[in-house]
Design a protein around this ligand. Structure first.
Ligand code: OSB
Ligand code: MG
Length: 376
C-alpha cells in the first residue's frame, strides 16, 4: 500500500507541567517539553488526511542519547529530507526509508507514528484492527518516582492502590531501594504485583546487594545496569532470583534477540519510541512470544497521543504483564486529547476509533504550544 504522498509536516513543541515531580535515578522532571509531529498525507485520489505522532525524547540525554531539541533537528534536517526523497510511501515503508541514517530511534518513531495515524484515518481503520489486537481492555500499572521519605512513598503508593492500579513499579537507586521495597510490600500485601526500575543505577558488583530484593516476591528488576552491559545483565540474571527485565538496552529486534540468547533479558519492556516505532515494537513482541519471554509496554510520560497508541500495542497477545499505561491524570491535570486514557477497575479500554485512537483538543493544544515549525 505504498500509495501516499507526504505533504506538509508541522513540528510542534508543547509545554506540559506534571501534576507532581517524577524522580528517577537519572533525574527529576516537573514538566515535559514534548515534540509533536503532524503530517499531511495525500492518497491516490488526492484526498489529504492529517496524522499526529509524539516524540518520546526527554529534554536532556539522561535516559537515552536522544533529547527533544536534537530530535527536532534531525527530523528537520536529515530524516524528512531523506523520507521525501523516497517518493510515495506508507507507514510500513518509513523505517526502511530512514534506515541508512544511523540511530535516532525516537525521532524516527515519531515520524512513522504520524504517517501511521494519517494512513489509518485515511482508510478509516483503527490501530487495533491494523495490529490485530486481541484484547478490549488492558491492565494498568503505575510507575512511582523515588521519594526521599518512606512515609511519603507509602502515602503515594496508597493513593495509586486506591485509584485501582493493578501493579506498582517503584523507581529505585542505591540508598533508596531495599528498605523502600520492604515497606511498600508490607503496605500492599504479599500478592499485589510489584516491580522495580533502576534506570541503570547499579553495577555488575551489586549482585549480592540486589539479591536482597528476592524475598519480596517481585515480578522483575528493570534495567539494573548500564544499557551497553548485556553480559553484566546475564551475569546478574544468574546471580539474582528475581527476573531481569531490560528497558534502555533494547533498541532493536535484532539486539533483543541477542540479549535473550545471552540470558540477559528474562522479561522485555517494549517502548515503541526507544526501538524506532510501533512496527519494530511489534517485531520485538513477536520475537519474544516465539522465545517465551514475557513482555509489557513501557511508558515515557506520554500525552494522550502516545498513551492511546501504547494501549493498543499492549492489547497484543504477548503483552502478558501489566504495562506502564496509567491514566492521563497520573501525570497531567489536562491532556491535549478530548478522550484521555482513564482507568476503570484497574484497566484501560483499548481505543478503537480510526487512526491511533485519540482525538485532539485543538484549543488546549494551541494553549500549550510553545513553537511551531512548518516544513514543506
Ligand atoms: O524507565 O520506564 C522508564 C519515564 C520516563 C523515562 C523512563 C521511564 C519512565 C517511567 C514512566 O518509568 C513510565 C510512564 O510513562 O508511566
Ligand atoms: Mg524503565
Amino acid at each position: 500500500m505504498t500509495n501516499f504522498q507526504l505533504g506538509l509536516v508541522e513540528l510542534r513543541r508543547i509545554a506540559m507541567p506534571l501534576v507532581s515531580p517524577f524522580r528517577t535515578s537519572f533525574g527529576s522532571q516537573s514538566a515535559r517539553d514534548i515534540l509533536l509531529v503532524r503530517v499531511e498525507l495525500a492518497a491516490e485520489d488526492g484526498s489529504v488526511t492529517e496524522g499526529w505522532g509524539e516524540c518520546v525524547a526527554l529534554s536532556e540525554p539522561s535516559y537515552s542519547p536522544e533529547y527533544v531539541e536534537g530530535a527536532q533537528h534531525v527530523i528537520e534536517h536529515h530524516l524528512l529530507p531523506q523520507l521525501r526523497s523516497t517518493g510515495r510511501l506508507d507507514a510500513a515503508g518509513v523505517g526502511a526509508a530512514l534506515s541508512k541514517l544511523h540511530g535516532h530511534p525516537m525521532a524516527k518513531a515519531a515520524i512513522e507514528m504520524a504517517v501511521l495515524d494519517a494512513q489509518l484515518r485515511s482508510t478509516e481503520t483503527s490501530f487495533a484492527s491494523y495490529l490485530g489486537a486481541t484484547r478490549t481492555t488492558i491492565p494498568s500499572g503505575v510507575s512511582v518516582g523515588i521519594h526521599d521519605s518512606v512515609d511519603d512513598l507509602l502515602n503515594t503508593v496508597q493513593g495509586y492502590v486506591d485509584d485501582g492500579y493493578v501493579r506498582i513499579k517503584l523507581k529505585i537507586e542505591p540508598g533508596s531501594d531495599i528498605e523502600h521495597v520492604a515497606a511498600v510490600r508490607e503496605l500492599i500485601g504479599p500478592d499485589t504485583p510489584l516491580q522495580v526500575d533502576a534506570n541503570t543505577a547499579y553495577r555488575r558488583t551489586d549482585g549480592q546487594h540486589l539479591r536482597q530484593l528476592d524475598p519480596f516476591n517481585m515480578l522483575l528488576i528493570e534495567q539494573p545496569l548500564p544499557e551497553a552491559d548485556i553480559i553484566g545483565h546475564a551475569l546478574l540474571a544468574a546471580e539474582v532470583d528475581t527476573p531481569i527485565c531490560l528497558d534502555e538496552s533494547l533498541v532493536s529486534a535484532s539486539g533483543t534477540a541477542d540479549a535473550i540468547e545471552l540470558g540477559a533479558c528474562e522479561i522485555a519492556n517494549i517502548k515503541p519510541g526507544r526501538v524506532g516505532g510501533y512496527l519494530e515494537a511489534v517485531r520485538i513482541h513477536d520475537l519474544c512470544v516465539a522465545k517465551n519471554i514475557p513482555v509489557w509496554c513501557g511508558g515515557m510520560l506520554e500525552t494522550g497521543i502516545g498513551r492511546a497508541a501504547n494501549a493498543v500495542l499492549a492489547a497484543l497477545p504477548g503483552f502478558t504483564l501489566p504495562g506502564d499505561i496509567s491514566a492521563s491524570t497520573r501525570f497531567y491535570a489536562q491532556d491535549i486529547v478530548i478522550d484521555p486514557i482513564t482507568i476503570t477497575d484497574g484497566h484501560v479500554t483499548v481505543p478503537t476509533s480510526p487512526g491511533l485512537g485519540f482525538e485532539l483538543d485543538k484549543t488546549f493544544l494551541d494553549q500549550v504550544t510553545t513553537r511551531t515549525t512548518t516544513l514543506r
